[in-house]
Design a protein around this ligand. Structure first.
Ligand code: NAP
Length: 301
C-alpha cells in the first residue's frame, strides 16, 4: 500500500521579527508557528521578564532588548508595542531594515501609525500598516493564544504606492492565521473604529470611573450586584491603561467627533425619559436590537 504523502508546508517568510511581544505579538507568533508560516522568529522587548516569558512559553526562537538587532536579516517585521513607542522604534530600526522586507504594525489607530513610522522607512522596504480587530482585556506574552484571530477582521491600510505583491503576501499571512482581510484608507479606518471600539471603551471607562467614586457602602453593593450589566463594562474598562491612553490621544479628532454625536443622542434620550416618551424609547431599543442581530448574523458576536 502506497504511503500517504504528508502535505509539505512552505513558510511564507524566512524570518520574522516582533518588536513587542504582548497579547497581539505573541498571538501572531503562535499562530504563525502553529501553521509553519515562518522559518525562524525573534522578539524584542525592553524588560527581561517579557523576554524570559516569550522564550519559556515557546512563542519565539530568540529574544533581544535591541530592536535594530532584532530586525537584522528579517523579511517580515511586526511592530506590536503601544503606539506611543512607534516613532522612536521606527527611527531605530529604519536603517537596519533590508530591501524587500515587509514592515507592518498592529496599532489600533492608523493615521497616527503611518505618521510615526513612514518617514523612517528606507526605499525598497514595503510598509503595510495593519490592525487586527481582535483582542482581550489581558496584556503581555502570557495572554497570547494562536486562535485569537480566528474569524476576526484584519484591516490593512497601505498607501497607493506600496507594492501590490507585498499587500497580497501580508493578506495571505493574515488569512492563514485565521483572519478575514479588508483594505481601507487610514482615515476611514479611524472613523469606523472610533464608533465600534473607542467610544465603547470611553463609555466603559466613564461608567466604571463613576462607580469607583461612589461611597464605600454603595461601591460594595455595586460589586455584589454587578451581574446586571455593570460587569460587562468592567471587563472593557480593565483594558491596558497605556495602550488606551495612546489610542485616545492618537485618534483625538475622530473620537471627539463621535463623542459629539453621542452627547446629542444622550440628550435626546434624557429628554424622552423626562417627558415620559415611551414610544421614543421603544423605537430606539427596537433599532438597537436589530444591530445586535446583524452582528450575530455576521458571526462577529
Ligand atoms: P501588550 O500586551 O501590552 O504588549 C506590548 C508589548 O510591547 C510588550 O511585549 C512590551 O514588553 C513591548 N514594548 C512596549 N514598549 C516597547 C518598546 N519601547 N520597545 C520594545 N518593546 C516594547 O500590548 P498589546 O495588547 O499586544 O498591544 C500592542 C499593540 O496592538 C497596540 O499598539 C494596540 O493598539 C494594538 N492592538 C491591541 C489590541 C488589544 O485588544 N489588546 C487589539 C488590536 C490591536 P516590555 O514592556 O517588556 O517592553
Amino acid at each position: 500500500m502506497a504511503r500517504k504523502k504528508s502535505k509539505k508546508i512552505t513558510a511564507l517568510f524566512d524570518r520574522v521579527a516582533f518588536i513587542g511581544i504582548g497579547l497581539i505579538g505573541s498571538s501572531m507568533a503562535l499562530a504563525m508557528r502553529r501553521s509553519g508560516l515562518v522559518g525562524s522568529s525573534i522578539a524584542c522587548a525592553r524588560r527581561a521578564k517579557t523576554r524570559k516569558a516569550a522564550l519559556s512559553l515557546d512563542i519565539v526562537d530568540e529574544v533581544t532588548s535591541d530592536c535594530s538587532k532584532a530586525v537584522f536579516g528579517a523579511d517580515l517585521v511586526v511592530i506590536a508595542t503601544p503606539m506611543g513607542a512607534y516613532e522612536a522604534i521606527a527611527a531605530k530600526i529604519g536603517p537596519s531594515l533590508k530591501p524587500g522586507t515587509i514592515l507592518t504594525d498592529v496599532g489600533s489607530v492608523k493615521r497616527e501609525a503611518v505618521a510615526a513610522i513612514a518617514p523612517h522607512i528606507p526605499k525598497g522596504v514595503h510598509f503595510v500598516p495593519g490592525h487586527p480587530v481582535a483582542g482581550t482585556e489581558h496584556s503581555g506574552p502570557e495572554a497570547g493564544f494562536a486562535d485569537l484571530f480566528e474569524g476576526r477582521w484584519c484591516i490593512l491600510t497601505p498607501s497607493s504606492e506600496v507594492s501590490n505583491k507585498a499587500v497580497r503576501k501580508l493578506s495571505t499571512l493574515w488569512r492563514k492565521m485565521g483572519a478575514k482581510v479588508d483594505l481601507m484608507e487610514p482615515d476611514h479606518h479611524d472613523a469606523v473604529l472610533a464608533i465600534t471600539s473607542h467610544l465603547p471603551h470611553l463609555i466603559a471607562y466613564t461608567i466604571v470611573g463613576t462607580a469607583a467614586d461612589l461611597s464605600d457602602d454603595l461601591k460594595r453593593e455595586v460589586i455584589k450586584y454587578s451581574a446586571s450589566g455593570f460587569r460587562d463594562f468592567t471587563r472593557i474598562a480593565a483594558s491596558d491603561p497605556v495602550m488606551w491612553r495612546d489610542i485616545f490621544l492618537s485618534n483625538r479628532d475622530s473620537i471627539l467627533e463621535t463623542l459629539q454625536r453621542f452627547t446629542e443622542d444622550l440628550t435626546g434620550l434624557q429628554r424622552a425619559i423626562r417627558r415620559s416618551d415611551g414610544k421614543a424609547l421603544e423605537d430606539l431599543f427596537i433599532r438597537t436590537r436589530k444591530i445586535r442581530r446583524g452582528i450575530i448574523g455576521a458571526k462577529q458576536a
